[in-house]
Design a protein around this ligand. Structure first.
Ligand code: GDP
Ligand code: CA
Length: 347
């Protein structure tokens, strides 16, 4: 939030006005949080006193995880958000389609076609076939995503961070094979990030332009949220698209983050390996310091990390509460705490 030009106080608000939330999101952590946020927005049935002031959500999705396999363009983070909010996600896994089958993957295996480590499901492939066809016809990824979302009706406007291809690559210091560069998906899915990364680079990011509507959404936002997504390869990648970081820093809206790190470890996944690659400790405090007060106005940490947030961080208001998204109610309660912290920062 740009401190010089803070938003108007609550008393000056028109109750019928459109109030906009913008979230920067990766895959599972982002999508699960957003599901809770949508419940918290539309809460009248559950607890009429808690109906949120916010009415519209725009999600700016990470596309650095995107990969082309067997000629198909795959956007794992966009699809995770779309399937999760649209009710098509495999709940246990957190990614991919519910009721998935793997006949195509098995057939590819019989051709000895590589790679076999990527979980390419039959239902999921329909999404990739459509996306790849539209992209080949020259339809931009943002429009492709809009068309796919017509089916899933995720309840948010889902924008890719950019229509230009960006792919995160990882420079490995492999004790066996020496230094080599692999696609992020190979490091993450095949190697489980067990081989240390010397560096992580979002190839194409510096020349990428924000997708249509991205900068406008950030500028018009009343609240900007960093869900508990990976700070390096999800939110960090989005912020590398020229113009997006500056827009968030200059936005009039408060920027509130939710820590993906609890008790010195990621809740799931290998964010610790990503943070190590950029020299940031795997703690809620270090991640807040890494974002810094220019980006973040508020930071939610889990209660187990409350003591580590002393002494206070300069320019970032911190609150602690349970941050495990164990079910929808718990997740909606986290989102309400984000709204509350934003409201506190306005007065
Ligand atoms: P990905 O693209 O699928 O890896 O998903 P994201 O980047 O959006 O989110 C990954 C992050 O979500 C990981 O670093 C996890 O620590 C975090 N995460 C997952 N579940 C929870 C949870 O219940 N609570 C919190 N605070 N973070 C979580
Ligand atoms: Ca991801």
């Amino acid at each position: 939030m740009d401190g010089a030009d803070g938003p108007a106080g609550p008393s000056s608000r028109d109750p019928d006005a459109v109030r906009r939330v913008v979230a920067l999101a990766g895959g599972i952590g982002g999508a699960r949080f957003l599901r809770g946020l949508l419940i918290a927005l539309d809460d009248t049935g559950r607890d009429s006193n808690r109906k949120s002031e916010f009415t519209e959500v725009t999600v700016i999705g990470n596309t650095g995880d995107d990969i082309t396999l067997f000629g198909l363009r795959i956007c794992p983070d966009l699809d995770t958000v779309m399937y999760t909010l649209g009710g098509g996600i495999n709940e246990e896994q957190g990614w991919g389609r519910a009721g998935e089958t793997f006949a195509v993957k098995d057939e590819l295996g019989l051709y000895q076609a590589a790679p076999q480590w990527f979980g390419l499901g039959d239902r999921d492939i329909a999404t990739h076939v459509l996306r790849t066809g539209w992209l080949a016809d020259g339809v931009p990824l943002s429009e492709v995503t809009r068309r796919l979302c017509e089916r899933w009706a995720p309840g948010v406007r889902l924008l890719p961070m950019s229509d230009d291809p960006v792919e995160t690559h990882v420079l490995l210091d492999d004790p066996v094979q020496g230094e080599r560069t692999v696609h992020f998906q190979e490091w993450w899915v095949r190697l489980h990030a067990a081989v240390p990364a010397k560096s992580i680079t979002a190839v194409g990011a510096s020349a990428a332009r924000p997708a249509p509507g991205v900068l406008e959404a950030i500028e018009a936002a009343d609240l900007i949220v960093f869900p508990p997504s990976n700070p390096v390869v999800s939110i960090g990648t989005i912020l590398q698209v020229p113009g997006i970081r500056d827009a968030v820093v200059g936005a009039r809206a408060p920027v509130i983050g939710v820590s993906p790190i609890i008790g010195g470890a990621p809740v799931r996944g290998m964010a610790d390996a990503c943070l190590a690659a950029i020299g940031v400790a795997t703690t809620a405090r270090a991640v807040a310091e890494h974002y810094g007060p220019a980006l973040l106005d508020g930071w939610l940490v889990d209660d187990v990390d409350a003591a580590t947030m002393q002494p206070p961080l300069d320019g970032i208001a911190v609150r602690s509460r349970p941050l495990l998204m164990v079910d929808l109610d718990a997740t909606a309660a986290i989102a309400r705490s984000v709204f509350d912290l934003a409201a506190d920062l306005r007065v």
